[in-house]
Design a protein around this ligand. Structure first.
Ligand SMILES: Cc1cc2nc3c(=O)[nH]c(=O)nc-3n(C[C@H](O)[C@H](O)[C@H](O)COP(=O)(O)O)c2cc1C
Length: 237
């Protein structure tokens, strides 16, 4: 069992704390390179942590994240969520992660996790972070799925809901023309009459989005202090 995560001990003054939430798409394989690119920032502006669903962990080796980050970043999963909590008063991983994060990115976002978010489900560490997140935390969602999963009528409805009602920024997938409307560009039509859409936004673009978000954030906030603990959990634990 890996070490415990505490928002207070993991925040670095001046840093922008990036929480990547990784779910069950093959595009999860890009997680280590995104972590590496952010930590290589010449201004040393970022700290990065990853929380992953169990399915996402089948697509990449979490140890790679530790290796490329020199031990600065870890991948957190349900194993730690439930393994670290033993008694009343112990830190709760999904609450510590949401207190730590300045920005949250679901990349990649699977069809399954999108459906869960849109319906308020929170049955793993990833969806629990999102459900417990302070709504002012900038949240980005990068869908990645098979063409027919993406063009399924439920996908457009669920994307519209997370944009309109949760205020999430939805970027991509590659090949999508519109987002919430699920519109598909005609240019995607192949000679066979089929079309392809659904791959996650290029990882380099995701890194740039994070850098832009950092550059435009208010700089007068005390970045060493995590957000307050959840009053709800304080009451019940
Ligand atoms: C090899 C493989 C690749 C998959 N790729 C995707 C994908 O790109 N996008 C997606 O939404 N689901 C994909 N799936 C299905 C999801 O992994 C599955 O729906 C899973 O329950 C998602 O769980 P999660 O959302 O909790 O991570 C894939 C499944 C397999 C076996």
């Amino acid at each position: 069992m890996s070490k415990e995560f505490l928002a207070t001990s993991y925040r670095r003054p001046g840093a922008y704390h990036v929480l990547l939430l990784s779910t069950g798409s093959v595009a999860s394989i890009k997680i280590p390179i995104i972590v590496q690119a952010l930590l290589a920032d010449p201004g040393n502006r970022f700290e990065v942590q990853v929380a992953a669903t169990n399915t996402s962990l089948t697509f990449f080796d979490p140890q790679l994240v530790g290796e490329v980050s020199g031990g600065r970043s870890s991948v957190w999963s349900d194993e730690q969520e439930w393994g670290h909590w033993k008694n009343k008063g112990d830190p709760i991983l999904h609450i510590e992660l949401r207190r730590w994060a300045d920005i949250v990115l679901v990349c990649p976002c699977s069809a399954n996790t999108l459906a869960k978010i849109a319906n308020g489900l929170c049955d793993n560490v990833v969806t629990s972070v999102l459900r417990a997140l302070d709504p002012i935390t900038p949240t980005y969602l990068f869908p990645a799925m098979n063409t027919f999963m993406y063009t399924h009528p439920l996908t457009a409805k669920q994307l519209k809901l997370v944009i309109d009602e949760l205020g999430y920024n939805v970027i991509g997938p590659q090949g999508s023309k519109g987002l919430a409307c699920g519109d598909i560009g005609k240019s995607l039509m192949l000679a066979t009459g089929s079309f392809r859409v659904g791959a996650m936004t290029e990882w380099t673009d995701i890194v740039q989005i994070i850098k832009d978000a950092e550059a435009s954030r208010p700089k007068d906030v005390d970045s060493a202090t995590p957000k307050p603990a959840s009053p709800f959990y304080n009451d019940v634990t």
